[in-house]
Design a protein around this ligand. Structure first.
Ligand SMILES: Nc1ncnc2c1ncn2[C@@H]1O[C@H](COP(=O)(O)OP(=O)(O)OP(=O)(O)O)[C@@H](O)[C@H]1O
Ligand SMILES: Nc1ncnc2c1ncn2[C@@H]1O[C@H](COP(=O)(O)OP(=O)(O)OP(=O)(O)O)[C@@H](O)[C@H]1O
Ligand SMILES: [Mg+2]
Ligand SMILES: [Mg+2]
Lengths: 228, 228
C-alpha cells in the first residue's frame, strides 16, 4: 500500500536549515492500523504531511499502491487525494467561511454521490461523533473538541482507503475520543481502510496493530501488537 | 481571590441563541491549583474566557481580589491583565509575525523589567520547556507541541499571580507535559500563584488540589485532593 525509501526533509534556506526527517524507510501493508509516537518536535507531522502528498520530501521515494508519487502529474495526485485519501490535521484546518456541515461534505462536493446519500452520511457521522447540534454553526462558534470531531467527520465521509490522522483525540474527552477511535477501527476492520495515526495517548495507541517510534527525524524502533 | 456569582453566558442573536453557561457559582482561594474537567462542548473554555476577563458574561458577577470586574474601567482591566494575569489559550494564540522569542517576551514589553533580566528569564524558561533551539523561528515553522510550550512560556514569564490554562498539555508528549505541569506547580507552591486549569488528562488533574466538573454549562460536582 505505502512504501517510503530514504525519505529526507530539510526546512529553510541556505544559512538556516533544519533537517526534520533524516532517513525514513517504512512499508505499510493494506489494511494495517499503524501508530506513530515520539517526542514533540521529532518529525511526526512532517512525516505524515509527506507520506500523504500534502508536502514534498527533499529527497527519497514514496510509492502508494505501487505508484511513485514523485512521478505522478499534479492532476493524477489531486484526484488520488480526493478519492482515496482522508486526513485529520493536527490543527483541524476547517474553512472559516463554511458551516460545520459544509466543511464535512467538502470531500464529496466533486464526487458523483447523490445529495440524498450525502445527507444520510452526514447525519450518520454527526450522530456517531455527537455533533448533530452544531452542523449549522461556523468553526469560530464551536469548541476545540467540536472542531476536532468535525475534522474527523470530513476525513472519513468519503470512505477513503488510506487515512492519515495527526493526534485526532488531542482535544477530546474520553467519551468523544473513544467514539472516534472506534469509528476509525470500524473503517479499518470492515472496509479494510489503511490508517496511519500520530498520537501521544497510550489509549489511542492501543487501537493500533503496530506502533513506530520516531526521534530526531528517524524511526528507531517499533512495537507490534501481541508483543510486550 | 476569585468569586463568581450566577454567571450566565449566551451566544448568538435573537433567533439562534445558545446558552453555554447556565448558572455558575464558584470561589477560588489565593494559592489554590484548581482543575476543570468535562465533556467537549460543556463550557470549559467559555468559563475560563469569562473569569479571566477575556470575554464578558451575559449576566452575573465576577470579583477578583475583591474588585467587581463588571465595574472596572477598561484602563484598570488592561493593566490588571498585564500585571497579574497569565493565560494559555486552547489554540495557543501566538502572533504569526513575531518570532517565538518575541511572542514569549510580549507580556514584559510594557513592563519596567530591564532587558538583561528579560533575556535571563527567556533563557531559563526556554531551557525548562526544551524550546531554546526554536526561539528565532516563527510560529508557522514549529510543531504543534513547540507552539504550546511557547504559549506556556509567554503565560508565566511575568510571574503572574493568577494563571488560566486551557488544556495546556493537549499537544504534548509525556516528558514535555510533565515539565510544564511541574513549572505550574512550582509557581503555585513557591510564588503562591493561583491556577485554574482545564484538562481532559487525568495525569494533569493529579497536580490539582481541587477539580470542578462541568456539564451543559453548570458545575455539578467537585473532587478535593485527599478525598477519593
Ligand atoms: N461564538 C460562539 N457562538 C455560538 N456558540 C458557541 C460559541 N462559542 C462556543 N459555543 C458553544 O458553547 C459551548 C461551549 O463551548 P466551549 O468552547 O466552552 O466548550 P469546551 O468545554 O471548552 O469544549 P472542548 O473540550 O471541546 O474544548 C459549545 O457547545 C459551543 O458549540
Ligand atoms: N516550516 C518549518 N520550517 C522550519 N522548521 C520546521 C518547519 N516545520 C517544522 N519544523 C521543525 O521540524 C521539526 C519537526 O516538526 P513536526 O511538526 O514534524 O514535529 P511533531 O513530531 O509533529 O511534534 P508535535 O508532537 O509537537 O506535534 C521541529 O523541530 C520543527 O521545529
Ligand atoms: Mg505534530
Ligand atoms: Mg475548550
Amino acid at each position: 500500500m505505502l512504501e517510503a525509501g530514504n525519505v529526507k526533509k530539510v526546512y529553510g534556506q541556505k544559512g538556516h536549515i533544519y533537517t526534520a526527517l533524516k532517513d525514513i524507510n517504512l512499508e505499510i501493508k493494506e489494511g494495517e492500523f499503524v501508530g506513530i509516537m515520539g517526542p514533540s518536535g521529532s518529525g511526526k507531522t512532517t512525516l505524515l504531511n509527506i507520506l500523504s502528498t500534502i508536502d514534498q520530501a527533499t529527497s527519497g521515494s514514496i510509492r502508494i499502491d505501487g505508484n511513485d508519487i514523485g512521478k505522478m502529474k499534479e492532476e493524477q495526485l489531486t484526484s488520488f487525494r480526493r478519492e482515496k485519501l482522508g486526513f485529520i490535521f493536527q490543527d483541524y484546518n476547517l474553512l472559516d467561511t463554511l458551516t460545520i456541515e459544509e466543511n464535512i461534505v467538502l470531500p464529496l462536493a466533486l464526487s458523483k454521490v447523490k445529495a440524498k446519500e450525502i445527507d444520510r452520511r452526514v447525519k450518520e457521522i454527526a450522530g456517531k461523533f455527537g455533533i448533530e447540534d452544531i452542523l449549522s454553526k461556523f468553526p469560530y462558534q464551536v469548541s476545540g473538541g467540536q472542531k476536532q470531531r468535525a475534522a474527523a467527520s470530513r476525513a472519513i465521509i468519503a470512505n477513503p482507503s488510506l487515512i492519515f490522522a495527526d493526534e485526532p483525540t488531542g482535544a477530546l474527552d474520553s467519551k468523544s475520543a473513544t467514539a472516534l477511535l472506534q469509528s476509525l477501527s470500524q473503517l479499518n476492520v470492515k472496509d479494510h481502510a489503511t490508517i496511519m495515526m500520530v498520537t501521544h495517548d497510550a489509549f489511542a495507541a492501543s487501537f493500533c496493530s503496530r506502533v513506530l517510534f520516531i526521534k530526531d527525524g528517524v524511526i528507531f524502533t517499533e512495537l507490534v501488537k501481541g508483543e510486550t
